[in-house]
Design a protein. Structure first.
Length: 183
């Protein structure tokens, strides 16, 4: 039987986080319009250079909460969230290496994080119609209707647009203040 554990990340996890981000996004982006003209390679190359610097900083400055999942002591995925001034959280990343998909790794990460966050609202966003949108909705996330229809955050994120990908976003919120309504 496999031992799955979720723990806070340490600076030594930086390379693994970066690898999961790049591999996860490559897979998530491959069906987007613009992928057929090399958009995925362009955006992944851009992300690789930015996050190789960014993750070691975020892991050591404490501005961000990172949880990592390990299966039999092997890194399998991570979740990153930023605390907001009012105590809510913005979920910035949730990635599981493809070889561990469908094995409850993402589930353990999300459930561990929601338990940790407590009864506060959690914000996120993802590509409209993506598989991850279904998974967010499963955990009680819904469209954040307070974000106006023409708001920039609903458009393709700039690094993806520069790479030629088309990926309109849906702002999401999981309203958990005074509620324990998640499965
Ligand atoms: C999104 C992601 C992190 C989920 O990880 P995972 O290990 O594949 O997820 P799991 O198999 O544990 O499934 C998570 C939950 O969603 C449920 N689920 C699975 N497929 C589903 C679907 N199509 N619709 C709704 N719920 C679904 C599972 O039953 C599970 O629920 P549980 O908590 O009751 O067990 C992973 O697929 C991934 O890395 N994707 C690529 C990167 C990405 O798009 N990240 C999200 C945006 S940052």
């Amino acid at each position: 039987m496999c031992a799955l554990e979720v723990v806070r990340a340490s600076p030594a996890d930086a390379d693994n986080l970066c690898r999961a981000l790049l591999v996860g996004n490559r897979k998530a982006f491959e069906r987007l319009p613009g992928a057929e003209t090399g958009g995925v390679d362009r955006v992944i190359t851009d992300m690789e250079s930015r996050f190789a610097d960014e993750y070691p900083k975020r892991l050591s400055d404490g501005s961000t909460v990172f949880f990592v999942a390990r299966v039999d002591d092997n890194f399998a995925g991570y979740l990153e969230a930023v605390p907001l001034p009012n105590g809510d959280y913005r979920l910035r990343a949730w990635h599981v290496l493809p070889e561990y998909h469908g094995r409850k790794v993402g589930s353990r990460l999300m459930r561990h994080f929601l338990e940790f966050a407590g009864e506060v609202d959690v914000y996120s966003h993802t590509t409209i119609g993506s598989e991850s949108e279904d998974k967010y909705r499963y955990y009680g996330f819904e469209e954040d209707l307070s974000v106006p229809p023409d708001h920039d955050s609903r458009e393709t994120p700039p690094p993806m647009a520069r790479a030629g990908l088309i990926a309109p976003q849906i702002p999401l919120v999981c309203r958990r203040r005074c509620s324990s309504a998640w499965p």
